[in-house]
Structure formats: structure tokens, C-alpha cells
Design a protein around this ligand. Structure first.
Ligand code: SF4
Length: 347
């Protein structure tokens, strides 16, 4: 490819030659594209691959997903994190069955109306699966465009966001918008990386203003992260011959629908659920994007009768050998390991 090839030509030629072989790129049906795009948000490709293959095998189309209990969907998602994605996909599959006869609509307005479909997902699925000229600005594209156009402003600022979306839209104004979007995503993931962009290997080097100015490594502008508040919890491990007691969190809210050993802000909260703790606490911490949990994990027992309340929608006992098949929260997994309960293996 000549160094003076246009940006779309350079991107498409590079993508054709360099793209990684990934399971969702084989037979890219709208359903496979959508599932992969959702799974890839906030998550590394290598982590996604086994989850994608299991998910597609179990739910080959929207109808099969819509028909499954949410708990089955969350179990299959367990370990991938950001569970709102799974809940939204499940709800959206139901909407596709109800509104579109089980077929993903080749219609941006109809697709955008589905649960959990934001501007990025809309552009990614519509361009890759249906060849529609819609941009899909994610972290990778943000980085590539900030460098390409020497954008020094904070990419999170509203005015910069508007500028980035406009530029992304101009870039996909091409007969193969899906190839352009995927090429930009791939370039950001493999060449124009955050810390050490490999400009010598880059198909856009001749067009890149940050490269010309020696500014690539400091762009996009970083904004200091806001301090995250810490929440403290006390969790109780209640185990007997029936297994480990787990509570299910309410469907709406943080870690909705997932299971964990019962926890409360303090001992009084556990006592109100009928639980008393003993022995030495093991402290585990878990960082979410917006807050940190510090969990004191203790052995516990039911004072008398059953355990109830605490905001949980259900309780169940699970044999330790079967914990790998349960949609546990990330902190619950860490606590179970800290207690020495056979570390649940992800399937
Ligand atoms: Fe990124 Fe370097 Fe390519 Fe510019 S030349 S887009 S900074 S890899």
C-alpha cells in the first residue's frame, strides 16, 4: 500500500491483511456480531472468546435467549463482569421476538429502541452486520482519532465527544463501513495502543498529525480519575451438608440477579437476617469502576430458623462442587476463595 493511499483505502487494505482470526468474524451474522460487540465492551478479546463460543452454542438466536430463564443467562455470563449487559441482552431478545418475529431488524431506529443498545452498539452492529454507514466510537477509536487529528482537548468533554463522533461518521462514509469500523477498532487494539503506539507499522502514519508532532504517546489527554468511595460489608459463610448458603441480589441495581454469601453493612445487619458470625475476618477488596468494596468475610451460622431479609430476593444452598455453575458476584468468588471453599471454576 502506498504511503499516500487515502485513509479508507489504507485502513481496508491493512485490515484485510492483518486482522486477527476471531470466532465472531467467521460467519458474521447480526446475532453473532451483536453478542460479540456486547461481550467485548470493557473486556479483553482473550477473555471473551470462550464465553462467546459457549453463549452462541447455548443461544444460537434471539428466540432461544428470550426463552431462557435469566438465571441461566447470568450463569453463562458468570465471570465476564458487567452483568447489566447480560440482563439487557436477555430483555432485548424478548423485544426482538415480540416486535420483530425473532429477527434482528435491519433498521437503525428499531434496533436503537432495544434494551441496552447505545450509540456505540448501534453503529457497530448496523455497520458490520448490515453495511450501514454509522459510526461506532469506542475507546480504541477515540484514541486513534485523537492522535490522527492531534486533538489535545479532553475526549470526555461534550464538545470533543461531538467532534469525535462527527469524525468517526465521516470515516465510515464509505461503501464498506463495517470494514472501516472494524479496521479502526483493530488498529487501536493492536497498533495504536495506549502506551507505545507502533507508528512504524501503522497504515495511517502518513496521515497522522500526532505522529508528525511526536505527540502520540501523550494523546488522548488523560483526565485524573475521581476518587472512588469505599463501602464496607460483612459477609457470612454458612455451610452445612446441604452446601453453602447464597442469597440472590435484586434484579435491578449493582450485580443484579447474581448470587453471593449473605452480607450486610455490619454485624447488626447480619443479625437482622438471623445470622451470627464467628472467628477471624478475612478482608477482601473489590474495585468496581465507581466504588470499592471492602468485605470482611467470616464464618457464620443461622441463629435459629432460617435466614431471611437483607434485600435478597431468594436464598439457596449450593453444594461446593456445584458453585462453578452459579452466577456469583466477583466479590463472592474472592470471599469463597479466602474461606478456602473449593474455588469455583468457570465453565
Ligand atoms: Fe496511532 Fe502512530 Fe498510527 Fe498515528 S501513526 S494512528 S499515533 S499508530
Amino acid at each position: 500500500m502506498s504511503p499516500t493511499a487515502s485513509i479508507p483505502e489504507a485502513l481496508k487494505a491493512w485490515y484485510e491483511a492483518q486482522r486477527r482470526a476471531l470466532p465472531w468474524r467467521d460467519a458474521p451474522t447480526p446475532w453473532r456480531v451483536w453478542i460479540s460487540e456486547i461481550m467485548l465492551q470493557q473486556t479483553r478479546v482473550s477473555s471473551v472468546i470462550p464465553y462467546f463460543e459457549r453463549f452462541i452454542a447455548r443461544f444460537p438466536d434471539p428466540a432461544s435467549l428470550a426463552a431462557a430463564p435469566l438465571d441461566d443467562v447470568l450463569s453463562l455470563w458468570a465471570g465476564l463482569g458487567y452483568y447489566a449487559r447480560a440482563r439487557n441482552l436477555h430483555a432485548a431478545a424478548g423485544q426482538i421476538v415480540a416486535r420483530h418475529g425473532g429477527v434482528i431488524p435491519d433498521d437503525p431506529a428499531a434496533f436503537a429502541a432495544l434494551k441496552g443498545v447505545g450509540r456505540y452498539t448501534l453503529g457497530a452492529v448496523m455497520s458490520i452486520a448490515f453495511g450501514r454507514r454509522l459510526p461506532a466510537l469506542d475507546g480504541n477509536l477515540t484514541r486513534v482519532i485523537c492522535r490522527l487529528d492531534l486533538i489535545e482537548e479532553d475526549p470526555r468533554a461534550k464538545a470533543t465527544q461531538d467532534r469525535l463522533w462527527r469524525r468517526a461518521a465521516a470515516l465510515v462514509d464509505d461503501p464498506q463501513p463495517g470494514e472501516i469500523n472494524q479496521a479502526l477498532m483493530e488498529l487501536g487494539a493492536t497498533v495504536c495502543t495506549p502506551k507505545s503506539p507502533a507508528c512504524l507499522l501503522c497504515p495511517l502514519a502518513a496521515h497522522c498529525r500526532a505522529r508528525a508532532e511526536g505527540a502520540a504517546a501523550r494523546l488522548p489527554k488523560k483526565t485524573p480519575k475521581a476518587a472512588r468511595p469505599t463501602q464496607r460489608w460483612r459477609a457470612a459463610l454458612l455451610r452445612d451438608e446441604g452446601g453453602v448458603l447464597l442469597g440472590q441480589r435484586p434484579t435491578e441495581g449493582l450485580l443484579g440477579g447474581l448470587w453471593e454469601p449473605p452480607q450486610a453493612p455490619d454485624e447488626a445487619g447480619l443479625a437482622a437476617m438471623g445470622i451470627k458470625t464467628d472467628g477471624e475476618a478475612r478482608v477482601i477488596t473489590h474495585a468496581f469502576t465507581h466504588l470499592i468494596w471492602e468485605v470482611e468475610a467470616l464464618e457464620g451460622r443461622a441463629v435459629e430458623g432460617g435466614v431471611e431479609g437483607g434485600g435478597y430476593t431468594a436464598f439457596k444452598r449450593v453444594a461446593e462442587a456445584d458453585l462453578g455453575g452459579v452466577a456469583l458476584t466477583g466479590p463472592a468468588l474472592k470471599a469463597l476463595r479466602a474461606w478456602g471453599v473449593a474455588a469455583p471454576k468457570r465453565r
